[in-house]
Design a protein around this ligand. Structure first.
Ligand code: FMN
Length: 192
């Protein structure tokens, strides 16, 4: 069981980093092989809509995204963590998401998904936002669900916390940190 975490915040050891860390610790406690990718440390260019991938199924841009394709295609479970930035995913996260257009092309235009079909792939979304309004996370969830559909990852749940702003504020909520650990255990423990 290989569990990949994707940390999408530009803020090192911020709230989503801390939550994601607990999810990954929970997964590891169930024997999963874990790896976290910190997008802020990678050089990933935005999709330039050149449409090369529509013919080849591959992205022509040779940057750190190539390693992300590889990690995600080998994962059994994915934990995508991004705080809200202007109600959506962070720029770092959305840039990565858009580059998965190459896998959309591979799946829907070329008809040759590269991701290993035999895996029962599942994923969860972890997010925080400063505000407290209804449906705060709806736009970000819609994007993550669209990504997971392309990657054949079943969206099995999320961990979403509003009213969290200052760096480390999440630590004032030990209940949610425990929930994050348990979410990781469940994600790694599910066999179906
Ligand atoms: C550029 C930017 C845009 C933000 N936009 C929103 C927003 O639309 N809604 C919201 O609830 N919080 C917003 N926030 C607040 C962050 O989501 C919040 O500070 C969060 O705790 C940051 O998580 P992190 O520590 O993992 O980076 C924004 C923060 C930044 C820097």
């Amino acid at each position: 069981m290989r569990v990949i975490g994707i940390a999408g915040s530009p803020r090192r050891e911020g709230n989503t980093d801390l939550l994601l860390g607990e999810v990954m610790r929970g997964a590891a406690s169930r024997g999963a092989e874990i790896k976290t990718i910190f997008l802020r440390d990678l050089k990933i260019a935005p999709c330039d809509h050149c449409d090369v991938c529509l013919g080849t199924g591959r992205c022509k841009i040779m940057d750190d995204m190539q390693a992300v394709y590889d990690e995600v295609s080998r994962a059994d479970r994915l934990v995508l963590a991004s705080p809200l930035h202007f109600l959506g995913l962070t720029a770092q996260t959305k840039t990565m998401v858009d580059r998965f257009q190459a896998l959309w092309a591979q799946k829907y235009r070329i008809g040759q998904p590269t991701l290993e079909k035999r895996r029962a792939r599942k994923g969860i979304f972890v997010s925080v936002g400063a505000r407290k309004t209804s449906n705060l996370f709806a736009p970000a969830i819609a994007t993550v669900k669209a990504l997971f559909a392309v990657l054949d990852i079943k969206y099995t749940g999320d961990l979403l916390l509003e009213g969290v702003d200052e760096k480390g504020a999440i630590l004032k909520n030990p209940v949610v940190m425990d929930q994050a650990f348990i979410a990781g255990q469940q994600l790694a423990g599910e066999t179906e």
